[in-house]
Ligand binder design. Structure first.
Ligand code: NAP
Length: 289
């Protein structure tokens, strides 16, 4: 029976470390990290996500606020809002909720965020710098997965990692992050033929698709580490892409849904926010000297 990779418990441990860092930033530099979420329209899922982040921020001592824009807002107003946040010295991190309504150009909006405040790590400058292992911020979901594995002392060097799903926010940056850990990374997608042939090769299998039940026990190598990123609401319950009951009979380690990758994503976002505040405090101190 697989051991559980408990993202909830690890995130709680990391929040303890972050809380101490926030206190130290306040003591040494008089700086309170600031995170702003920009939300367009009345998307209920994003409200739940924002409330969750707000609660963690309050506990950590991060100054959190949501900037709400009406659903019909024009691109120019959205960009102005982001520019105002870029210029605000009290703001260390900016998060833009996706998806945006159809009249808005999401790529242009993300490009408008100052890369030094892009705590989601999704600005093209930060994604590009991942190639050189010099990004300001790690993209939150794949970064959270790497932290989850490393903190459980799961070796990655020389291991075969198979990632299913190649979105620009999860699958593709995950390939680069695993390569940086000296793993051999393969990325599968909709056009991959015989998916099981690839997944059965994996020492570490990471699945980020959004199709419940996609990965079954016969697609997993005995003893493999299985990380389920997928989240789909089915009959009111959140489920992943992996058949948890079947696969946990075969795998060595497995993440639950919920309680696996999700908490690590939020934790990485807040960790990036504290890192941004640390950098801004250093820059302010250098300017003052
Ligand atoms: P996305 O942009 O829709 O990407 C899904 C990927 O899956 C695409 O690359 C797609 O390939 C691939 N795919 C679709 N059907 C496939 C199949 N049958 N076999 C292999 N690959 C297939 O989604 P995303 O933003 O990456 O998110 C993926 C899932 O993770 C969703 O359930 C989302 O809710 C969840 N998620 C969770 C967290 C978290 O914190 N836990 C964070 C982000 C996302 P093609 O492009 O070739 O079609």
């Amino acid at each position: 029976m697989a051991q559980i990779l408990d993202g909830q418990a690890l995130a709680a441990e990391i929040y303890g470390e972050l809380q101490r860092e926030v206190q130290s930033l306040r003591g040494r530099h008089g700086r309170v990290p600031g995170l702003r979420v920009v939300a367009v329209g009345e998307e209920p899922a994003s409200y739940v996500y924002a409330r969750n982040q707000e609660r963690h921020c309050r506990e950590l001592g991060i100054d959190f606020d949501t900037v709400r824009l009406p659903r019909e807002v024009e691109q120019g107003r959205l960009l102005e809002t982001l520019e105002e946040l870029n210029a605000d010295p009290a703001v260390d991190g900016i998060l833009l909720f996706a998806p945006l309504p159809p009249q808005l150009d999401q790529q242009e909006a993300v490009r408008t965020i100052d890369p030094g405040k892009d705590v989601e790590g999704l600005h093209p400058v930060n994604l590009g710098n991942l190639l050189f292992e010099r990004s300001h911020f790690t993209p939150c979901t794949p970064g959270g997965v790497i932290t989850l594995l490393k903190r459980h002392r799961i070796p990655l060097e020389g291991r075969r990692v198979v990632i299913v799903g190649h979105s620009p926010v999860v699958g593709k940056p995950a390939v680069l992050l695993f390569l940086a850990e000296h793993a051999t990374a393969t990325c599968c997608h909709q056009w991959t033929t015989d998916l099981g042939r690839h997944t059965r090769e994996a020492d570490v299998l990471m699945v980020a698709v959004g199709k419940p039940g996609l990965i079954t026990a016969d697609m997993v190598r005995p003893g493999a580490v299985v990380v389920d990123v997928g989240i789909t609401r089915v009959e009111g319950k959140l489920v992943g892409d992996v058949d948890f009951a079947g696969v946990s009979e075969v795998a060595g380690w497995i993440t639950p849904v919920p309680g696996g990758v999700g908490p690590m994503t939020v934790c990485t976002l807040l960790s990036n926010t504290v890192e941004a505040a640390r950098r801004h405090a250093r820059q302010a101190a250098a300017r003052a000297s």
